[in-house]
Design a protein around this ligand. Structure first.
Ligand code: NAI
Length: 246
């Protein structure tokens, strides 16, 4: 029977200085992978890498800026070796109803959540193709499947990420590169901390498992998709929402 062992693999996890990205980085590292911690703030990224003690490096980039991404990838590969696993986790929200949504809100969200994945994937793919192995896991959201009031920009970015992932899966399956999405429901992180208690209680009623998600719940799904156990899975969206949108 296969078990999950990522020894010898190198992972690049965007937005991994906190929240879901940090849980993913820790879990991949715990399974034996070397991990590049990627954040906008270099000192925070380095601090997380230091905490992991070995097989880790902290690099900085804004994923929306192609040349910063390319520099961060080069630095990670120099420190750890060629990247086998790419997790596009960096993301942000700028919520408002559509009539109040500014062009700047639209661009900030689409640039980080969708264009960011384009930049990282394009830069890392060539090496994966050459080595005929690659795992790309994109963190989308159930909102990308269902839409959400007040999140037209965010939902569009996450739905776009699903279409992007399916296209990459089709284009590069023949070269050993698999691409999948994980779609979290409501996970307790900084991104969701501002939710008022009343809204939280209403939300809980709609979750079959009766609790909000933890970053580790999402990380477990990413670990599976990055592992040899998922060698016949590509172009899929794995929903991790405690049964919110069954
Ligand atoms: P978070 O706000 O705690 O962490 C997001 C990380 O991404 C931060 O470290 C932030 O600095 C980084 N980031 C944002 N824009 C960036 C950019 N342009 N370049 C580099 N890094 C950037 O949020 P959380 O909750 O950990 O979210 C992680 C991912 O999971 C996001 O893509 C989010 O959309 C997604 N997600 C979260 C859900 C939740 O309930 N928390 C639900 C569904 C999806």
């Amino acid at each position: 029977m296969k078990s999950i062992d990522l020894t010898g693999r190198v992972a690049f996890v965007t937005g991994s200085t906190r929240g879901i990205g940090l849980a993913i980085a820790r879990m991949l590292h715990g399974a034996g992978a070397s991990v590049a911690i990627v954040g906008r703030d270099e000192s925070k990224a380095r601090a997380v890498a230091d905490e992991l003690q070995e097989r880790a490096v902290g690099v900085a980039c804004d994923v929306a800026v192609a040349e910063q991404v390319e520099r961060a990838i080069a630095a990670a590969e120099q420190a750890l070796g060629p990247i086998d696993v790419l997790v596009n986790n960096a993301g942000l929200t700028r919520d408002n109803i559509l009539l109040r949504l500014t062009e700047a809100d639209w661009d900030a969200v689409l640039d980080a959540n969708l264009k960011g994945a384009f930049h990282t994937t394009r830069a890392i793919l060539k090496g994966m193709m050459k080595r005929r192995f690659g795992r790309i896991v994109n963190i989308t959201s159930i909102v990308g499947l269902t839409g959400n009031k007040g999140q037209a920009n965010y939902a569009a970015s996450k739905a776009g990420l699903i279409g992007f992932t399916k296209s990459v899966a089709k284009e590069y399956a023949g070269r050993g590169v698999l691409a999948n999405c994980v779609a979290p429901g409501f996970i307790e992180t900084d991104m969701t901390a501002a939710l008022p208690a009343e809204a939280r209680a209403t939300l809980l009623q709609g979750i079959a498992l009766g609790r909000l998600g933890r970053p580790e719940d999402v990380a477990g799904a990413v670990l599976f998709l990055a592992s040899d156990l998922a060698g016949y899975v590509t172009g899929q969206v794995l929903v991790v929402d405690g049964g919110m949108i069954i």
